[in-house]
Design a protein around this ligand. Structure first.
Ligand code: G16
Length: 547
C-alpha cells in the first residue's frame, strides 16, 4: 500500500466531527479538550510526529497524551522536540492545519503539502516515543496515535504511563545517547537513579527538617513518587526524606485533580479539603501529570500560606547565585529569572532589588519561558502556578565541571552546584525534581516554610476564571507579555479605569490556552481590594464576552 493510501485508510477510522473542523488550535500546551472529540486530533499529531522526526533525520520525537491540570473528562496531546523541549513554535501551525483538515482526502493533501514545503525526506527514518497519564481515555487515544505511527512506518516505543517530565527526560536521553552531552540512562529507572544520586550528593553535609506531605492530585505523580522514594535514602538514614503521600488514588478516574492538586491549591489559595496537616507542617501539591508543584502550610494562627512558583524561583535563584559566589564562579555565571504576568509584583521587586538578578517577562506557557531562560548562563524560570525549572547553558556546565576550587569551602559549594545540575530536570518543569530541589535548598538554608515565606511579603492577589461565548475574542497586544488586551475593542480601557482606583492595583485578562475560559489576575495592597479588583475586571470580561 502506498504511504498516502495508508494515511488515508487509517484516517477513515478517526473522523473529525464536521462542526469541529476549523476549531482546533495547538494551544499553550498542545491540543487540549474533551477527550471524546480528540481521536482525529491525536491521529493527526501522530502524522506530524513522524514528519518532524524525518525532517530531523530520524531524531526521536516524543508524544505525550495528557490534559495535566484539566478535569478528568478532558485529555490532550503535545509533541516533545529532540532535546526534550516543547515542539518548536513554528511547527505548531502545521499541527493546527492537519487537525483542521475537513476530510481524509484533504488530510492527505495537507500532509503532502507539508512534506513538500518542509522538504521532508520520506525515506528518512521516523522515530517516536510516547506515554500517557492515568486518564481513562488515554489508552483509546494511544490507539489513535499508534494508527498514525503505523501508517507512516515509524519506529515506536510505548512507555505506557509516565509523568510528562519523565517523557521529556527520555526524549533527551535517547537523542544524546553516545554523545558528549549524554543526559542519562534511557529508562524510567535511569530517571529515578539520576535524581536519587544527585539528591544524595546535594544532601551530603545536611539533612531535611521535619516531614513533607505530598498531594499527588490523584494522578500519575502518586505512583511515580512512590517509585522515586524507593531510590532515595530512607527517612531513618541521614539525608533521607520523610514523605507522606496523599491523594494518590489513580483507580478512581473521577478523582483526578478534584478538590486537590496544584491548580486547585493555587487558584483557591487553600489546602485540599481532605488535608490533615497541622500548623507548620510542610505540604506540597503536584498537578495531574506532575509537571507543576506548589508548597504551603498553615501558620501558627491557622492561616493558609502559599509558597507558589514565584517562591520556588526566588528560593532557587538565590541559592544558585549563592553557590556560584561561594564556589568562586560568580563572574562566569550570570543567573537570570524568567517570569510571566502572573508573577506577584513583590517577587519581581525582590529578585531585582534584594537578589540583584536580571528578570525577563514572557507570555504564559513553558515554551516561552524556557526559550528565554536559555539566554542566561543559568536561567531560572517558574510560572506562578508552579511550572518551572532551571536551565544551565553549555558554557555554564563547562565552567562548573572544569572549575578548580581554591579552598575546601569552595569545593563544598561546587559539589552542591554540580549535584543540582543533575537533580534539576533541565528539559521542562518537573514536580518530582522540583520537590527534591526545594527540599535540598530548605535543608541547606535551615529554613522552615515560615522562614521561606518571610523572605518577602506577597501583594494580595486573586485569580478568577471567567466563561465567555468565545475566548478567542480576547487577544493581547504583542510585546506586552499578555498584560494588555488588544480586543475586544474598549475592554482594555475599561480595565485600566478600574485598576486606577486601587492602591498598588494591577490586573489583566487573557484567554486560557488550555481551558475554554478567560483568566483574570488582580493584585492590590489588601486582600479585600485584590478580591474587589478581580471581581470588577471579571465583570468587564463578562460584559464584553457575553454569550
Ligand atoms: C500548561 C502550560 C503552562 C501554563 C498552563 C496554564 O500547564 O504548560 O505553561 O501555565 O497550562 O495555561 P493557560 O493559562 O493558557 O490555560 P499544564 O500543567 O496544564 O500542562
Amino acid at each position: 500500500m502506498s504511504h498516502d493510501q495508508a494515511v488515508k485508510e487509517a484516517s477513515a477510522k478517526h473522523t473529525t466531527p464536521a462542526e469541529l473542523v476549523g476549531k482546533f488550535q495547538y494551544g499553550t500546551a498542545g491540543f487540549r479538550m474533551k477527550a471524546n472529540i480528540l481521536d482525529s486530533v491525536v491521529y493527526r499529531v501522530g502524522l506530524l510526529a513522524s514528519l518532524r522526526s524525518r525532517k530531523l533525520n530520524g531524531q526521536t520525537i516524543g508524544v505525550m497524551i495528557t490534559a495535566s491540570h484539566n478535569p478528568p473528562e478532558d485529555n490532550g496531546v503535545k509533541l516533545v522536540d529532540p532535546m526534550g523541549e516543547m515542539l518548536e513554535a513554528s511547527w505548531e501551525k502545521y499541527a493546527t492545519q492537519l487537525a483542521n483538515a475537513d476530510s481524509d482526502d484533504h488530510l492527505v493533501q495537507v500532509y503532502n503539502d507539508l512534506v513538500k514545503t518542509l522538504k521532508v525526506n520520506l525515506d528518512a527514518p521516523a522515530r517516536v516515543i510516547f506515554a500517557r497519564d492515568t486518564r481513562a481515555s488515554g489508552s483509546r487515544l494511544v490507539g489513535c496515535l499508534n494508527d498514525a505511527l503505523t501508517a507512516t512506518n515509524a519506529e515506536v516505543t510505548d512507555y505506557k504511563i509516565l509523568t510528562t517530565p519523565q517523557l521529556h527526560y527520555l526524549v533527551r536521553c535517547v537523542n544524546t545517547k553516545g554523545t558528549q552531552d549524554e543526559y542519562g540512562e534511557v529508562s524510567e529507572k535511569g530517571y529515578y537513579e539520576k535524581l536519587a544520586a544527585a539528591f544524595k550528593q546535594a544532601m551530603e553535609h545536611t539533612k531535611p527538617q521535619g516531614h513533607l506531605t505530598v498531594d499527588c492530585a490523584n494522578g500519575v505523580g502518586g505512583p511515580k513518587l512512590r517509585e522515586l522514594l524507593k531510590y532515595l535514602p530512607s527517612p531513618d538514614t541521614d539525608g533521607g526524606l520523610d514523605v507522606k503521600v496523599v491523594n494518590d488514588d489513580v483507580h478512581k478516574p473521577e478523582s483526578l485533580n478534584h478538590q486537590c492538586g496544584a491548580d486547585f491549591v493555587k487558584t483557591n489559595q487553600r489546602a485540599p479539603p481532605s488535608s490533615k496537616a497541622g500548623p507548620g507542617d510542610r505540604c506540597c501539591s503536584l498537578d495531574g501529570d506532575a509537571d507543576r508543584i506548589v508548597f504551603y502550610f498553615q501558620d501558627e494562627k491557622n492561616v493558609f500560606r502559599l509558597l507558589d512558583g514565584d517562591r520556588i524561583a526566588t528560593l532557587a535563584a538565590s541559592f544558585i547565585a549563592e553557590l556560584a559566589r561561594q564556589s568562586g564562579l560568580m563572574e562566569k555565571l550570570t543567573v537570570g529569572v524568567v517570569q510571566t504576568a502572573y508573577a506577584n509584583g513583590a517577587s519581581t521587586t525582590y529578585i531585582q532589588k534584594n537578589l540583584g538578578l536580571q528578570i525577563v517577562c514572557t507570555p504564559t506557557g513553558v515554551k516561552h519561558l524556557h526559550h528565554a531562560a536559555t539566554r542566561f548562563d543559568v536561567g531560572v524560570y517558574f510560572e506562578a502556578n508552579g511550572h518551572g525549572t532551571v536551565v544551565f547553558s553549555p558554557s555554564a556546565l563547562k565552567a562548573i565541571h572544569t572549575h578548580q576550587p581554591q579552598s575546601p569551602a569552595q569545593a563544598d559549594a561546587l559539589t552542591t552546584l554540580m549535584a543540582l545540575t543533575d537533580l534539576i530536570n533541565q528539559t521542562v518543569g518537573d514536580a518530582l525534581s522540583d520537590l527534591l530541589l526545594v527540599e535540598v535548598i530548605l535543608a541547606h538554608k535551615g529554613f522552615s516554610c515560615a522562614e521561606w515565606l518571610q523572605t518577602y511579603t506577597d501583594l494580595p492577589n486573586r485569580l478568577v476564571r471567567v466563561e465567555v461565548a468565545d475566548r478567542n475574542q480576547f487577544t493581547t497586544v504583542e510585546g506586552t507579555a499578555e498584560r494588555q488586551l488588544a480586543t475586544p475593542a474598549g475592554a482594555q480601557k475599561d480595565i485600566e479605569k478600574v485598576v486606577a482606583k486601587y492602591k498598588d492595583g494591577r490586573s489583566f485578562a487573557r484567554a486560557s490556552g488550555t481551558e475554554d475560559a478567560v483568566r483574570v489576575y488582580a493584585e492590590a495592597s489588601t486582600r479585600a481590594e485584590a478580591e474587589d479588583l478581580a471581581a470588577a475586571v471579571a465583570q468587564i470580561v463578562r460584559k464584553y464576552g457575553a454569550k
